[in-house]
Design a protein around this ligand. Structure first.
Ligand SMILES: [Zn+2]
Length: 298
């Protein structure tokens, strides 16, 4: 049973306990979240947001809760709304990500003109920026220790993107999911493998004890955000399969799918990119992307 839809939330740093924080942003396209874990000597930052005013507001919030320096940055995936903020952190800080995330960054490059087109309101901040690649990569899973605290990095194959990392704190039962979870925002799927994403979301629900989930977009939640993600993606997958078998073109198929309560999530028209991706998956071409301009962001 899907939850009642929340239409708005505030921007700011939220204390989720155990010296862990979620930095949540409200708003539209390319407005993402980040995380902060305070360790005994230094902090771990999870994702760095998009344009300078966003990243600097996050950094000012960090300075209000700790004097400890940022010691490491984990990137959950390569999308610009999570990684362009790396431009505003000192270069000596290690950047940790999955191997495929680094590869995808190199493969996709950085088309700032595209981001100026889709976010004209931020155009002056989308000039002269560089791609800062991860300095440390892992395969499968990796464990970091902040003092005695265990911080697990998990990659579950191709889900929201090829090279997603979820940051999981097993003792605290906190999950920083990156864009594996969108909360009350329709997921961006232009880089996704939706079939695998649904399977892995169900697996996480079964195998990860969860108290708090910090999604990549939208407010802080708990395991129910994962249930909704799996249900939304399954609903679209079922609808798309039916239309695919009937030979309906993808764009028209997207209009035929009844989204129910999910039509109230932000950006419901993203169902179109999901159907386009699913058609590729049904044709056995899951790796085939759709154009960045069709996708716009996320
Ligand atoms: Zn993303």
């Amino acid at each position: 049973m899907a939850r009642a839809v929340k239409k708005s939330w505030d921007t700011g740093l939220i204390d989720i306990g155990h010296d862990c924080y979620a930095y949540i942003q409200s708003g539209g396209l390319n407005v993402s979240n980040a995380g902060l874990i305070v360790g005994p000597d230094s902090c771990l930052v999870i994702d760095t947001l998009y344009v300078k005013p966003m990243t600097q507001a996050f950094q000012r919030s960090i300075a209000k809760v700790t004097k400890k320096p940022v010691g490491q940055i984990v990137c959950t995936h390569h999308h610009a709304d999570h990684t362009l903020g790396l431009n505003y952190f000192p270069r000596h800080i290690p950047i940790i990500a999955h191997r495929y995330m680094r590869e995808r960054m190199i493969e996709t490059g950085l088309d700032l003109a595209h981001y100026r087109r889709v976010n004209p309101e931020h155009a002056r901040h989308l000039r002269g920026l560089k791609q800062h690649l991860p300095t440390q990569t892992y395969d499968g899973a990796m464990v970091l220790y902040l003092g005695k605290r265990r911080v697990e990095l998990h990659n579950l194959g191709h889900t929201h993107s090829k090279g997603d990392t979820m940051v999981y704190l097993p003792k605290e039962k906190i999950l920083y999911s990156g864009d594996f979870c969108f909360n009350f925002v329709t997921p961006a799927t232009f880089d996704a493998h939706i079939g695998n994403w649904i399977k892995q979301a169900r697996l996480v629900l079964k195998t990860f004890p969860l108290k708090t989930v910090v999604p990549g977009h939208g407010p802080v939640s708990d395991r129910r955000v994962l249930e909704d993600m799996a249900d939304y993606l399954s609903l679209v997958q079922r609808g798309a399969r039916k239309q695919f078998k009937a030979g309906t073109p993808a764009k028209r198929a997207a209009k035929e799918i009844k989204l129910g309560v999910y039509a109230d999530w932000m950006k419901p028209d993203r169902v179109e990119q999901a159907v386009m991706k699913l058609y590729n998956e049904f044709r056995g071409k899951a790796d085939k992307g759709i154009s960045l301009d069709a996708a716009k962001g996320g």
